[in-house]
Design a protein around this ligand. Structure first.
Ligand code: ASP
Ligand code: MG
Length: 429
């Protein structure tokens, strides 16, 4: 039997009892005859607490030290899990990201994994040990500094290890039973998906479904690693993420109506909207605006440009971006005002995004109309719209997000007729 990589999230490692439970679970897999490599997150809300502590100590902590601080959370978990395993009569070796060979670029706080050289992990497996790796962290190839991968990054650690070790599967243990058709905290009748393609999961993750880190899904798709998302609080089968919407059998299922048209409804409350008011409608202005934002390293999401008013020849450009980048973007744009000659800037962070995702919308007309009428019937106004091949997203008022999600979920008959979704732990933080 081959290698199984498992990842346990913070809510599965909330306290000493939880850690002992996770250790038993890891040992069960080892007893089945697998070699086991585990990536762990920081216990409970440790990462948030460390960040709050840093903010109390310093208004602007250096990025290098923030990464040293945050990486400590996962190191605490890895040592405690290894101790609990040894009490069960098995040996475990814990490694930091750096020791495990997780090599990243030099970007503190959002480093990308560029290589995994798991020599020590392979050696420890060969010696019969269970290996526990601190998730969410690595070491920069250039600067040799400790880096972190961005919030939720332990998932990516797990998939990257699975790829490097040629594992059979990467199991991501969390506090819900799998990937649901909507956040069960908003829609209690949300249904668990048995399987979902990489592309659909990518869209779900990019649109705010917090169940898997976006980068982890990208990684899994690139290396064709199946991910099994499941609960550490039950033994139920979870959701298998694998396969492409472009695979022949998937397309056949789609046209023969066997596959579900819609995979789910995602929502995101982490974005803000900026409107550049009164931009002169001439060649090159949009390019200048977006070059300034690119220079400030800001990832944009939706972009809308209105037709210019004939009388003034001025137009408005609106776009959405992560709220955390709002200040940076506003200052970058403000410094451009005299150059471009726009009238003013508007900032709105009381928005939310609701997205409908499903490969079946490619072959089934009418999905957009149904989505928009469900939102209208819920009395919710649509601010912006964007689409991809398998997704439609709308921006609405933040207070309307829950209503829009629920209305959409039932309009597409996604509600489960069986038991309600269980949220076992976590603070949803
Ligand atoms: N502990 C980190 C976080 O809270 C990484 C993770 O949980 O995956 O974001
Ligand atoms: Mg986490």
């Amino acid at each position: 039997m081959g290698i199984v990589v498992q990842k346990y999230g913070g809510s599965s490692l909330a306290d000493a009892d939880a850690i002992k439970r996770v250790a038993r679970r890891i040992v069960e897999t080892k007893k089945e005859g697998h070699d086991v490599v585990v990536a762990v997150s920081a216990m409970g809300d440790t990462t948030d607490e460390l960040l709050e502590l840093a903010a109390d100590v310093s208004p602007l902590p250096p990025a290098r030290e923030l990464d040293v601080l945050q990486s400590a959370g996962e190191r605490i978990s890895m040592a405690l899990v290894a101790m609990a395993i040894s009490d069960l009569g098995f040996t475990a070796r814990s490694f930091t990201g750096s020791q495990a060979g997780v090599i990243t670029d030099a970007q503190h706080g959002k480093a990308k994994i560029i290589d995994v050289t798991p020599g020590r992990v392979v050696q420890a497996i060969g010696e019969g040990h269970i290996v526990i790796v601190a998730g969410f962290q690595g070491v920069s190839q250039d600067t040799k500094e400790i880096t972190t991968l961005g919030r939720g990054g332990s998932d990516t650690t797990a998939v990257a290890l699975a790829a490097a070790l040629d594992a059979e599967v990467c199991e991501i243990y969390t506090d819900v039973d799998g990937v649901f058709t909507a956040d069960p905290r908003i829609v209690p009748s949300a249904r668990k998906l048995d399987a979902v393609t990489y592309e659909e999961m990518l869209e779900l993750a990019a649109c705010g479904a917090k169940i898997l880190h976006l980068r982890c899904v990208e990684y899994a798709r690139r290396y064709d690693i199946p991910i099994h998302v499941r609960s550490s609080f039950s033994h139920l089968d979870g959701t298998i993420v694998r396969g492409s919407i472009d695979d022949d059998d998937h397309q056949q299922q789609e046209t023969s109506m066997e596959a579900a048209i819609i995979a789910g409804v995602a929502h995101d409350r982490s974005e803000a909207k900026i409107t550049v008011v009164g931009v002169p409608d001439k060649v090159g202005e949009a390019a200048r605006i977006f070059a300034a934002l690119a220079e400030a390293q800001i990832n944009l999401d939706m972009i809308v440009q209105n037709v210019s008013a004939a009388a003034t020849n001025l137009t408005d450009i609106s776009f959405t971006l992560p709220r955390s980048d709002g200040q940076t973007a506003m200052s970058a744009l403000a410094s451009l005002q005299s150059q471009v000659g726009f009238d003013s800037l508007l900032y709105d962070d009381k928005i939310g995004k609701v997205s409908l995702i499903g490969a079946g919308m490619r072959s089934h007309p009418g999905v957009t109309a149904k989505f928009f009428s469900a939102i209208a019937e819920a009395g919710v106004n649509i601010g912006m719209i964007s689409t991809s091949e398998i997704r439609i997203s709308v921006v609405v008022d933040e207070v309307d997000v829950d209503a829009a999600v629920r209305a959409t979920h039932s309009a597409f008959d996604l509600d489960s007729t069986e038991v309600e979704a269980v949220v076992y732990g976590g603070t949803g933080r």
